[in-house]
Design a binder for this molecule. Structure first.
Ligand code: SF4
Ligand code: FES
Length: 242
């Protein structure tokens, strides 16, 4: 089948504003959008800018808006977004991040916010002399979802709160916080209370669920944020964290 990729293009070295460019190409319905981009880059227009690395949904580098929704190009089949010959697939860079070139965005601020939640283990006990910190299967299950994040930024782009409040930490950073708040081996909430218990952190989330809808790892992001809110309230009321 033939489809048209309608791509937002912007080159900061030559353009004062973005414009759209269309590429008509032959594809199989089972090709991935990333395959179509690679075809354009290798055979049609080598100036097209986009990121990709693993090509298997693991690295998160090819998140973009495909036909209006945040998705990974390597996990989206042509037949997911086009039904018939002549259909148009729109490609746009992620929102809420500065465009570096075409479909590539600067993840600097996004990653700064991720680092702000201190996403590393702060052990509540001294490390064992030999071996590892052990954890029960039930305790591991509490953080299972949050460990699946690949930092793709899809949730950050889809979040409507960031439209009006660019200082909001955003869904991905709050997932990273939950990853450690609910880790039985970590000091947990007390170690991160000052960071997550802020208006620009969990309390900005209004339960729009847009982040949850687009997460390629199917992380229940909004639910994790709400769980963190409840845990903060419980901690402040009872003065304890368990
Ligand atoms: S929570 Fe999901 S959408 Fe957000 S950065 Fe992680 S993997 Fe991507
Ligand atoms: S290229 Fe790695 S997730 Fe798509």
């Amino acid at each position: 089948m033939n489809v048209t990729l309608d791509i937002r293009r912007f080159d900061p070295e030559t353009d004062s504003e973005s414009h759209r460019q269309k590429y008509e190409i032959e594809v199989q319905p089972t090709d991935r959008v990333l395959d179509a981009l690679m075809h354009i880059s290798l055979h049609v227009d080598g100036t097209l800018g986009f990121r990709k690395s693993c090509a298997h949904g693991v690295c998160g580098s090819d998140a973009m808006r495909i036909s209006g929704k945040e998705r990974l190009a390597c996990k989206t089949l042509i037949m997911d977004v086009a039904e018939k010959d002549g259909d148009i697939i729109t490609l746009d860079p992620l929102r809420h991040m500065e465009v570096q070139k075409d479909l590539m965005v600067d993840q600097g601020v996004f990653l700064e916010k991720f680092r702000a939640v201190e996403p590393f283990l702060k052990p509540k006990e001294k490390p064992p002399v030999s071996g590892e910190f052990l954890q029960s299967a039930e305790d591991r299950a509490l953080i299972d979802e949050a460990t699946k994040c690949i930092n793709c930024g899809a949730c950050y782009s889809a979040c409507p709160i960031l439209d009006d409040n660019p200082d909001f930490l955003g869904p991905a950073a709050l997932v990273a916080a939950a990853r450690f708040v609910f880790d039985s081996r970590d000091e947990g909430l007390p170690a991160r209370l000052e960071i997550v218990d802020q208006q620009n952190a969990v309390w900005s989330c209004d339960n729009h669920f847009e982040c949850t809808k687009v997460c390629p790892r199917e992380i229940k992001i909004t639910k994790l944020i709400n769980l963190t809110k409840k845990t903060i309230k419980k901690y402040k009321e009872g003065g304890s964290f368990a």
